[in-house]
Ligand binder design. Structure first.
Ligand code: V47
Length: 379
C-alpha cells in the first residue's frame, strides 16, 4: 500500500481496524473532540496495534492540515559545548579545560551566520551548554551578532535551561531581561531541555539541571512575555509509559493556560558516547511512530507536530507524516548535539532533499517561517 493510499484509506475501513484493535472508545472521543485522559494515553502507548493509533492521529492531522507538510530553511549554531551540568543522556557537553570544549565569541557566531548568506536561510537555531563564565551580556551579544550578520533572520534561541540561567545571572527584573532579549533580536525559543517532565527521570538522569517544575515555570514566563516556543520530549531511555503520558499532560495543561507552544517535537534518544550508552538500545521505528501519533492525539491544543529528521532519521521522519506529523523541521546545517551522540544522519539536507521526502510520502511541501507563516509554494 503506498503512502498516498494509506493517507486516504476509506474511513469505514479505518474505523473497523481501530475497533478490532479495541480502541473504538478512544476513537469516538477523538472524533467528537473530547480530550483524551491519562488512561487513554497509557493504552495508546501499550497497545500493539500501532496502525490503529496511527490512523487516528493521521485523521486529526488531515483535518487540521490536509496534505500540507511544513519545513524551513534554517541553520543551527551551538555556541558552546562547555557546560556546568553532566546530564547522562548528553554526549555534547564538555567541561571547561577539556580539549573538546569550545566557546564561540559573538564574532564567530556572526561569521557562522554570514557563511550561509548565499542560502535563503530564515532561521538560526541557537542552543548550547551552560558555560560557567559567560555573563549576561554575552547572551545578548550572540543574538545581536546573528542579527548583525543577517538582519532579517529569525533568532530562535535558548532552551528554558538557558533562559533560567540568563534570568539568574542578569541581576535584573524578569520584565527587563525579556525586554533586553527582544531588543537584541530574540524571536522565539526552541523546545529543548524538557527531557521528561517527571521527578524520577530528572533525579536519575539530569539531576543537577533544571527539573520539571523549573522547565514549566520558565516556559510560562517566556510565553507570558509574548514569545512563542516549542516543546520536546526526549524518549527512548529510562522513561516509562506513564511518565511519557504525564509529560504530555503537563505540556497540554500549560498550553491551555498560556497558548504559546507552536510545535511538539518528540526527540529520539541517541545513546552513543553518553553515560547511558550501555543502558540499552537505540530507538525503534515502532516507538518513533507511536511517539508522533500519541503526541498528535494527546496534545489536542498543539497546532503542529514535528518529526525532527536528525533524531528520527529521514526514513522515520518521512513515515511519521502518515502518523500525525505535519512538519519535518529544516535544512539544519552543522548540528552537533545528536551527531556527538552518534546519529547516522547527515549534517544538513538541502531544500530539494526535504521536499522530495515529503512529496514521495504523498504530501505537499510548504516552506514556513519559524512561527509558521507560509513562505510560498516550493519549487
Ligand atoms: O535539549 C540531548 C536533546 C535537545 C541527546 O524547538 C538529545 O524547533 C537525543 O531541542 N539524543 C536539543 N537527543 C534539540 C532540540 C530541538 C531540535 C530541533 C528543533 C527544535 C525546535 C528543538 O536535544 C536537548 C535534549 O533534549 N538531546 N542529548 C541525545 N543523546
Amino acid at each position: 500500500m503506498t503512502a498516498f493510499q494509506y493517507a486516504s484509506l476509506d474511513d469505514s475501513l479505518a474505523k473497523k481496524l481501530i475497533d478490532r484493535a479495541g480502541l473504538g472508545d478512544i476513537d469516538a472521543k477523538v472524533r467528537s473532540g473530547e480530550r483524551l485522559s491519562f488512561a487513554d494515553g497509557v493504552r495508546l502507548y501499550e497497545t500493539p496495534h500501532l496502525a490503529a493509533v496511527g490512523l487516528m492521529a493521521h485523521r486529526v492531522r488531515t483535518q487540521r492540515h490536509g496534505k500540507k507538510t511544513y519545513f524551513n530553511i534554517n541553520q543551527h549554531v551551538n555556541y558552546t559545548n562547555i557546560c556546568v551540568y553532566s546530564c547522562k543522556f548528553c554526549a555534547f557537553a564538555a567541561k571547561e579545560g577539556e580539549q573538546r570544549g569550545y566557546l564561540m565569541t559573538p564574532a564567530i557566531v556572526e561569521q557562522k551566520v554570514k557563511e550561509q548568506l548565499h542560502r535563503p536561510v530564515t532561521e538560526v537555531h541557537m542552543v548550547a551548554g551552560i558555560h560557567p563564565q559567560m555573563g549576561y551580556d554575552y547572551y545578548l551579544d550572540v543574538v545581536r551578532a546573528a542579527k548583525r550578520a543577517r538582519p532579517d533572520i529569525h533568532v530562535k534561541a535558548f532552551t528554558m535551561v538557558e533562559i533560567d540561567h540568563i534570568l539568574k545571572i542578569s541581576g535584573k527584573s524578569e520584565d527587563q531581561v525579556f525586554a533586553d532579549l527582544r531588543e537584541a533580536g530574540l524571536g522565539s525559543c526552541p523546545g529543548g531541555g524538557a527531557e521528561v517532565l517527571v521527578d524520577r527521570v530528572h533525579k536519575a538522569v539530569f539531576r543537577e539541571k533544571q527539573g520539571p517544575q523549573g522547565w514549566l515555570d520558565t516556559a510560562r514566563k517566556v510565553q507570558q512575555h509574548g514569545f512563542k516556543m516549542n516543546a520536546t520530549m526526549l524518549y527512548g531511555h529510562i522513561e516509562k509509559v506513564d511518565e511519557r503520558v504525564t509529560h504530555l499532560i503537563k505540556l497540554r495543561e500549560l498550553q491551555d493556560e498560556c497558548g504559546g507552544f507552536m510545535a511538539y517535537i518528540p526527540l529520539a534518544f541517541w545513546p552513543y558516547h553518553t553515560d547511558l550508552a550501555n543502558y540499552g538500545h537505540v530507538t525503534t521505528g515502532f516507538l518513533d511512530q507511536r511517539s508522533i501519533a500519541i503526541g498528535r492525539l494527546m496534545l489536542d491544543n498543539f497546532p503542529h507536530i514535528k518529526a525532527y529528521w536528525i533524531m528520527l532519521t529521514q526514513e522515520s521522519a518521512q513515515t511519521a507524516l502518515s502518523f500525525g506529523a505535519n512538519d519535518i523541521d529544516g535544512t539544519v546545517t552543522e548540528e552537533k548535539i545528536t551527531h556527538d551522540a552518534g546519529t547516522t544522519e547527515p549534517q544538513a539536507l538541502d531544500e530539494a532533499q526535504l521536499t522530495n521526502l515529503i512529496r514521495e510520502a504523498g504530501y505537499e511541501p510548504v516552506q514556513r517561517t519559524t512561527v509558521y507563516e507560509e513562505v510560498g509554494a516550493s519549487a
